[in-house]
Design a protein around this ligand. Structure first.
Ligand SMILES: Nc1ncnc2c1ncn2[C@@H]1O[C@H](COP(=O)(O)OP(=O)(O)OP(=O)(O)O)[C@@H](O)[C@H]1O
Length: 230
């Protein structure tokens, strides 16, 4: 579990996070929800340790937990463009101290959720489409045994097929990993996540479990749209 305790962050006097506290329980997928500019990325950066809060702290019972966070960013260049998918995944895994047999074992474990791998493993990473890249970065996160996964807008730029493949992959792993997802895609997020944290005014305004799309949109509208219909 990761605990965010009384975290505050301002930029140039503009308070983005205001003594925010919440927990990210293990082996579940938690969604961080809110419109553009509400503070999601700021919070993710603080969670990963790449941004220092003005006050408060992020803790876990796992020592050095921030080293075990793997962030999957949309459209990012997290893998080496000129290496194949297979080389990239194996290289990352070796860097994280996995042996060849660990890597083989993890590939065997996760490949059923990533049928795409076999057809792209020998392609250069730069030759993949946006959706294929997303899926392969997520596979890399799993093969490297990352305990905590942050999926920041994972469906951005994905067609329906890749979105479905990503959803299938996330639902197949969410009860073995600790996952935090940000997304503006209400259909995807209500299927992928089991817990929902709605950010407003620098704090968690609403916390819910297992929302369907209709319930999600009702909360979203009430919190952020002030009467505008979706
Ligand atoms: N480095 C920075 N310097 C100044 N202001 C910043 C900085 N980073 C974020 N902000 C401001 O903090 C607020 C929250 O930004 P943040 O990127 O966390 O929002 P977000 O919820 O992730 O938005 P989006 O959904 O568009 O990604 C915004 O007003 C943004 O302009």
């Amino acid at each position: 579990m990761i605990s965010v305790k009384q975290v505050s962050k301002s930029f140039h006097g503009n308070c983005v996070l205001d003594h925010i506290s919440f927990e990210i329980p293990d082996q579940t997928a938690t969604a961080l929800i809110g419109p553009n500019g509400i503070g999601k990325t700021t919070l993710l950066n603080i969670l990963c340790g790449s941004l220092v809060p003005d006050s408060g702290e992020v803790t876990s019972e796992t020592p050095d937990f921030q080293r075990e966070i793997f962030t999957v960013l949309s459209g990012s260049h997290q893998l080496y463009a000129k290496n194949t998918v297979k080389e990239n995944i194996e290289f990352l895994a070796v860097l994280r101290g996995l042996s060849n047999s660990d890597i083989r074992q993890n590939l065997d474990r996760y490949l059923p959720s990533f049928p795409l791998y076999d057809s792209v493993k020998n392609k250069l990473f730069e030759e993949l489409s946006t959706g294929q890249k997303q899926l392969m970065i997520l596979l890399a996160a799993l093969v490297t045994n990352s305990r905590y996964l942050i999926l920041d807008e994972p469906t951005e730029g994905l067609d329906l097929d890749h979105k479905r493949a990503l959803l299938h992959a996330v639902t197949s792993i969410r009860n073995t990993k600790t996952i935090l997802i940000t997304s503006h895609d209400s259909d995807f997020i209500t299927s992928a996540a089991e817990r929902f944290l709605f950010l407003k005014d620098g704090q968690i305004a609403v916390e819910k479990e297992h929302l369907d799309t209709k319930e999600f949109l009702e909360i979203y509208e009430a919190l952020y749209l002030q009467g505008e219909s979706l």
